[in-house]
Design a protein around this ligand. Structure first.
Ligand code: HEM
Length: 152
């Protein structure tokens, strides 16, 4: 199997980031505050690295359009839009969660933190599914612009 380098790295970054967020959640449940802080910041750094890598690839190389059967394309497109929606929401929630933490607005941080984490878990799961559909189960067409990649 010939896996593409950059998408494999960026998808791994989302997964690693989600694992750190899960560990960070366990840590704060055990009241390990310092570890929670550093593990969550590490998770955020991986999420940011994913974003930078993904955007650079979109700008400099182009995205990939779905290479599976024609009648599956519509389901793929809906799923991809769902994933993009989750990732964007997760990113915004992540920034707000971090700002609340650093401003020591801990009561609001505690309320939004679990929501951010769950959105991020689903972003990672759907991200892996998109990766599998584009590169592993079927062979997508590379070098497409973002619009072509989403809508074919
Ligand atoms: C799973 C839900 C979450 C809960 C219940 C939670 C809870 C908390 C609590 C109680 C603190 C205060 C610890 C203290 O008193 O020092 C804290 C701090 C912090 N949290 Fe969370 N958190 C959650 C998710 C997150 C997420 C998703 C991030 C970032 C991606 C994050 C980043 C931080 C940071 C950086 C601090 C340290 C703030 C500082 O000391 O200046 N947390 N969190």
């Amino acid at each position: 199997m010939n896996l593409p380098l950059l998408p494999t790295i960026s998808t791994s970054f989302i997964v690693i980031s989600a694992i750190f967020i899960a560990i960070g959640w366990i840590l704060i449940a055990q009241n390990k505050r310092k570890q929670h802080k550093y593990v969550m910041i590490t998770g955020a750094v991986f999420a940011l690295s994913f974003f930078i890598l993904y955007m650079s690839r979109t700008i400099f190389i182009g995205n990939t359009s779905f290479g599976g059967p024609e009648d599956m394309k519509i389901y793929y497109t809906i799923f991809l839009i769902f994933h993009i929606f989750l990732a964007t929401t997760g990113g915004v929630f992540g920034i707000v969660t971090l700002i609340l933490a650093f401003k020591r607005n801990i009561s609001k941080h505690r309320k939004i933190g679990p929501i951010t984490s769950v959105i991020w878990f689903f972003t990672a799961i759907t991200g892996v599914a998109v990766y599998l559909l584009l590169y592993v189960l079927y062979e997508g067409e590379h070098g497409q612009n973002l619009f072509q990649a989403i809508f074919g």
